[in-house]
Design a protein around this ligand. Structure first.
Ligand code: DX5
Ligand code: ZN
Length: 228
């Protein structure tokens, strides 16, 4: 495999994997060299789809050493933090739109020993998350309406990523990672990285590929975004 030329991390989303064979999905991520495993949690209320709960994460945990990145798209995130932490999540991300008290959830996730992520839907003002970025590790920028894999990357997402990047830089918060989720493909990954992404989530591009291991490797073979 060619040497990685960028510092970004790839987080394949198992939402697009075969749910009857998640062990194979983890193996694909291992063999391809992906950094993280992205787990999409949907409650059929915050989004019109129902997916994975803590028992599934508990089953995945002993099968991988990779960073398990839990993306909660649920209306009561505070109720699921401890169950996901106990199940073995490394990071827990909640949606700003799902709570009136982000500080409480941030504290709860921290108290469980997990990294903290805050996520924002495409139509939500960035001003809603700015007050909390000094307290989190990851900001997960949705580049599709949450709910389903396989959608197209929304125009305007790159501008939102760049604005967050500038805010982080202006406030000496460069340690906060920008993760981008939805519609990431090999053909647009470079522009998303150029806009400021540190972590790319990719579901359908990886797991609906005829050669998913090769597809993961191809993400890492993207040429250096700085042109070096
Ligand atoms: C959508 C999920 C995404 C999804 C991305 O609500 O949060 O993580 O799996 O899938 P693709 O990469 O197919 O857009
Ligand atoms: Zn996601």
């Amino acid at each position: 495999m060619r040497k990685m030329t960028t510092e970004f991390k790839l987080a394949p989303s198992i939402l697009s994997a075969d749910f009857s064979d998640l062990g194979s999905a983890l193996k694909i991520c291992d063999e391809g060299g992906a950094h993280w495993i992205h787990v999409d949690v949907m409650d059929n209320q915050f989004v019109p789809n129902l997916t994975i709960g803590p028992p599934v994460v508990r089953s995945l945990r002993p099968r991988t050493k990779k960073f398990i990145d839990v993306h909660m798209m649920v209306v009561h995130p505070e109720e699921l933090v401890e169950p996901f932490a106990r199940a073995g999540a490394d990071n827990i991300t909640f949606h700003i739109e799902a709570t009136d008290d982000p500080d409480e959830i941030i504290k709860l996730i921290r108290s469980c020993g997990c990294k903290v992520g805050i996520s924002i839907k495409p139509q939500t003002s960035l001003n809603d998350i700015y007050p909390f970025l000094d307290k989190v590790d990851i900001v997960l920028v949705m580049s599709v309406e949450p709910g389903f894999g396989g959608q197209g990357y929304l125009p305007g997402s790159n501008e939102r990523i760049s604005a967050i990047k500038k805010f982080l830089s202006d406030n000496c918060l460069d340690r906060v990672l920008i993760e981008v989720d939805g519609g990431i493909k090999l053909h647009n990954a470079k522009e998303v990285l150029s806009a400021g992404a540190d972590v790319l989530v990719a579901g359908s591009e990886v797991f609906r590929s005829p050669e998913p291991i090769k597809t993961i490797q191809e993400f890492y073979q993207l040429s250096n975004v700085n042109g070096n």
